[in-house]
Design a protein around this ligand. Sequence first.
Ligand code: UD1
Ligand code: CA
Length: 454
Amino acid sequence: MPLTIIILAAGQGTRMRSSLPKVLQPLAGQPLLGHVLGTARELLADDVCVVYGHGGERVPETVGDDGMRWTLQAEQLGTGHAVQQAMPGTPDGNRALVLFGDVPLLTTGTLRRLLEQTAGDELAVLTVEMDDPTGYGRIVREGDNVVGIVEQKDATAEQQAIREINTGVMLCPASRLRAWLDNLGNDNVQGEYYLTDVVAMAVTDGVRVRGIKADNWTEVMGINDKKQLAEAERALQARLVDELMAAGVGFADPARVDIRGKLECGTDVFIDVNAVFEGEVYLGDGTKIESNNLVRDSRLGPATIVHSNCHIEGATTGQGCEIGPFARLRPGAELADNVKIGNFVEVKKSTIADGSKVNHLTYIGDSEIGTGVNVGAGTITCNYDGANKHKTTIGDNVFIGSGVELVAPVEVGAGATIGAGSTITKSAPAGELTIGRSKQVTIKGWSKPVKKEK
Ligand code: UD1
Ligand code: CA
């Protein structure tokens, strides 16, 4: 049977106390809803429908359209009412799987199990056992079958003692669901149309209701406030780091790393404490990331070492590069093999060829640097004239002395040497020594001023 996944994401999320809608709160660098959509995509659903409401168009605009249906629930009248909004576009012959936008850690493994263990004409709810079930809908069973779900606020004292709760995930034939939803009432303590009421209707119609238990609570935890958001973050980070460790990546402390995106690693990669990875990052074989580094959307080649306290974004390195401590690689920094970028060096939109070294206190921007170049301490490529950016080209085997300003556009020929303290405004020829600084003079017999008596 074809599968429709309906994701409920219209709720307000008052307890977040945030101007950002709850389903857009970030978890591992991605909106909560993005995680649920990722799971839906992995399940290869035939049809995905997101019910949105609170936060308005900001929700679809942020998450983006990836072939799913977006249905507005203008007024939030309850989970049953929310699912009803998705029904007009849902074919009768489909199975409908309901997921919550604020339950981001569900695994495809658990959902596949739910899909496999439930026959096409049955209803299934995903449940979990909790030590403290306060606040959740309780699963009422008769023998093996589920016969109802009672919300906390509507439950009797006896029902409140039940520890098996409703996670919110529900699976059933779309045709049946449509009929049940049409008959929902809101005669309950909250005056809402409860999705959970369809369970009792199924029982009345002689449809078997399965309660399938999730293995652990973290997977199905719903995020309602910042504390739960932080708990989910740690749970997800632990899961991501576990996967990487299983693949052979070494961590000094698995609890002190953050992956906000996709981190891919070669063999024998080692990551020290407080490393943050954002976007898509690739670390080649034998790469070592020392403590306190941020690496975003970058590819680091094999055996590259990033010393402590670097900020790396949109950069690529070849083999055997050494970066930092305290270096900044900005978008478009492309280092070839065995390049060294030392402390307090910033590189932006520049290519640096094999074996070149920029070791201390330097800004390299909009530049093309050849092989075997040595850039002295305190060198600045003056790439910006206040209106436009200009290029600096430095040939192979150039030696640039300390404290040099290269006023772009400017070219330094291969093998040239630039004297320390020079301000280079015209092209410097290959193979020659060029010096652009005022001559040093000594004033002989000059005497120091003396303090006047008052
Ligand atoms: C719901 C379940 C409860 C379950 C719990 C698990 C119902 C009636 N109750 O309760 O059995 O134990 O989740 O976390 O289903 N939403 C809408 N539109 C609405 C209302 C809600 O889209 O009108 C969305 C919310 O954005 C959220 C989800 O539905 O993603 C759950 O809503 P919420 O109000 O948090 O339900 P709970 O009271 O937690
Ligand atoms: Ca909830």
